[in-house]
Design a protein around this ligand. Sequence first.
Ligand SMILES: O=C(O)c1ccccc1NCC(=O)[C@H](O)[C@H](O)COP(=O)(O)O
Length: 222
Amino acid sequence: MKPDIKICGLKTPEAVDRALERGATHIGFIFFEKSPRYIEPDLAGKLADRARGKAMIVAVVVNPDNDDLDEIMTLVKPDMLQLHGDESPERVLTIKTLYNVLVMKAMPVRDRDDLRRVESYIGIVDRFLFDAKPPVGSDLPGGNGLSFDWSVLGWLDGRVDYMLSGGLNKDNVGFALASTKATGVDISSGVESAPGVKDLTKIDAFFDAFADATMPAHASGS
Ligand SMILES: O=C(O)c1ccccc1NCC(=O)[C@H](O)[C@H](O)COP(=O)(O)O
């Protein structure tokens, strides 16, 4: 099956529309105020309406309290929450029970040891997102445009369903897909001209590279 593509950190109708036209399966909105990709929930709700039924709407949150989630669930009505903080398995379970929503848990990875935490979320989360661990001192838990050593994911041995994230771009998405068992890829900085500014030409180039990478061998002419 073709891997999913999530374009994250969208803030404008133009970028949402281009991502949808090019076949994004997931679009992400960032509700973390320190991020250059932060979007107010009421504006995100309007953009989400353009995408509803065409792609999964993902609300990216970091250690949200119930008031934060009440607002986002009401105004944005996401299909999925991406929990990008230190949410415990118990907190994830509570959120799923309270809001009846799919949850993708982001796991920061630098080396194999970072994957040990995965076990305690299996059976609770709907999907994992393996993202690069932020550099020391970074304000952002995600969206840092950094990759990690994807070979460590081999340790998971196909046991969990995950999207791959962190520093993806048109030049490395083919290798990322070929060298992991990711069922989806997630990109933000790699399709931006500046932090928080999505670039339509870069979105196109990413989808072109993704299409090349996922084209069946017999159709590629090689
Ligand atoms: O992108 C952000 O600014 C952000 C802030 C706070 C929490 C999560 C954030 N991004 C989450 C994502 O899903 C990004 O797409 C992911 O980290 C990959 O980003 P990049 O390395 O820039 O492609």
